[in-house]
Ligand binder design. Structure first.
Ligand code: NAD
Length: 459
């Protein structure tokens, strides 16, 4: 059911009034709210697991990936006082007498819009940063993960007053209703296409945005590797959540000399993880809805299936699938796959592989498997991507001290840990001058002062 626009406007006004009381600027208040959030999430863990099971057939083990940001909250509670403390910085001598400091301040009322693939984490993890930085927040979870969206709304309503933090469920229209309002920051997770729509709407109000987008994340595999671990780590990163992971390796670019050995090991890993018939595995997910299933099913018509390829439309099941015989012009290489289909392309030398990746939009994540340190350095130097993981997949997302975000088409800005706090903060520069002394040089008349200004400026 579509909300009245006045409901949203009133909610925003209520939050603005609460923000204006200054309560959220108090560090003890923020710490208290982070503790409430943590307790709320812990209290709701069974409901969250049940909701992601209903939305994505996510096994309980993988449901806990949704709560991985709890370590960030623990860390934030410990470090918030030092993060928020004004930072003294140096001042040039000609400013004497003066002190310069950088003050952290919240932005105001911020909006968090989430995607459906990790539907809890993608709205509640940024919420940690927004609370820590002292903002009021409106959350719009994805309507596609309908069960999790309801759990998010329930948790937020039970944990916070809506004049401080509120969750609004709804689809594209609700998102659009929120976007026409004047908001102090928009944190959006979703596809590149919608990211552009969000940025356009934000521009009308000059609202700053963080865009956590997607794209095709390459996985380059050199010939100098440990085959078994490489295969396991690729198989895991690609097929968790049935491939519906923004940082999943989208395609393999593998050194020709080891391709068949690697594919053999990937096949073994799939068997080991999910058994001969993954449709019966309690540990393998499903595609989120029929529309996504049909889109992925069409992609299966490309190239030659070398592993998997089984589907069950009524269950929205697609088995872990590996495809060969596609090229850079194939449809599957034009869009983010976002499902359990792994195309494999080969290369003969690393320069060629790097050039191929660089001919595409900058990826969200880049994976490189190699023991060779020189080649590792070359890849880091020559390819630009949001983030990189060497000799593993996906795990860079789970290091709170590493800011997470894209570059170019894969996003703007970053979050996780301290970076989340920074994203929802304004850093206000303050120069505080003493009144007990005044250096006369800057005042007119300038006669006989040019030599001195030259000495100060042109050094
Ligand atoms: P999406 O862009 O379709 O939707 C995301 C959100 O935007 C939803 O809440 C939706 O209601 C809203 N929305 C959709 N169309 C809109 C419109 N026209 N105007 C305003 N709002 C609109 O994305 P999705 O299908 O939910 O998620 C998949 C995409 O998200 C993939 O590209 C994936 O890579 C990306 N993703 C990125 C990250 C990351 O951290 N970088 C994480 C997860 C997913």
């Amino acid at each position: 059911m579509l909300l009245e626009q006045s409901f949203i406007t009133n909610l925003l006004n209520k939050q603005r009034q609460f923000f204006a009381t200054g309560k959220t600027k108090n560090i003890d208040f923020r710490i208290e709210q982070l503790k409430r959030l943590k307790q709320g999430v812990l209290d709701y863990q069974e409901k969250i697991a049940a909701a992601v099971k209903a939305d994505l057939n996510r096994p309980k083990f993988e449901a806990y990936f949704e709560l991985s940001f709890l370590t960030e909250i623990n860390d934030g509670i410990k470090k918030l006082k030092s993060w928020a403390k004004p930072q003294r910085v140096s001042t040039p001598i000609e400013q004497f007498p003066a002190r310069a400091k950088i003050y952290q301040e919240p932005l105001g009322v911020v909006l968090i819009i989430g995607a459906w693939n990790y539907p809890f984490q993608l709205v509640i993890s940024p919420l940690f940063g927004a609370i820590a930085a002292g903002n009021c927040v409106i959350i719009k979870p994805s309507e596609i993960a309908v069960n999790t969206s309801e759990v998010v709304a329930d948790l937020i309503a039970h944990t916070f007053d809506s004049s401080y933090i509120a969750a609004i469920t709804g689809g594209v229209e609700t998102s659009q209703q929120l976007l026409v309002e004047k908001i102090d920051h928009i944190f959006f997770t979703g596809g590149t296409k919608v990211g552009k729509i969000v940025m356009e709407a934000a521009a009308k109000n000059l609202t700053p945005v963080t865009l956590e987008l997607g794209g095709k994340s390459p996985c380059i595999i050199d010939d100098c590797i440990q085959l078994e671990y490489t295969a396991k780590r690729i198989t895991w990163g690609k097929f968790i959540n049935a491939g519906q992971t923004c940082v999943a390796p989208d395609y393999l670019l593998v050194n020709k000399s080891i391709k068949s050995d690697l594919l053999e090991k990937i096949k073994q890993s799939i068997d080991e993880f999910y058994g001969d018939n993954p449709v019966n595995s309690p540990d393998y997910g499903r595609i989120v809805n029929k529309k996504e299933f049909n889109r992925l099913n069409d992609l299966l018509k490309e190239g030659k299936i070398v592993i998997g390829g089984e589907t069950k439309s009524e269950e929205r099941y697609i088995s872990p699938t590996v495809i060969e015989g596609v090229n850079w012009d194939s449809g599957i290489m034009q869009e983010e796959i976002f499902g359990p289909i792994l195309p494999v392309l080969e290369y003969e030398n690393l320069d060629e592989a790097i050039a191929l990746v660089n001919s595409r939009p900058k990826p969200l994540s880049l994976y490189f498997f190699s023991r060779n340190k020189q080649k590792q350095k070359q890849v880091l130097r020559e390819i630009s991507s949001g983030n990189v993981c060497i000799n593993d997949t996906v795990m860079q997302f789970a290091v709170p001290s590493l800011p997470f975000g894209g570059v170019g088409n894969s996003g703007i800005g970053s979050y996780h840990g301290k970076a989340s706090f920074d994203t929802f903060s304004h850093y206000k520069s303050v120069l505080n001058k003493g009144l007990w002394f005044d250096l006369n040089i800057r005042y007119a008349p300038y006669k006989n002062k040019v030599g001195l200004i030259k000495k100060i400026i042109c050094r």
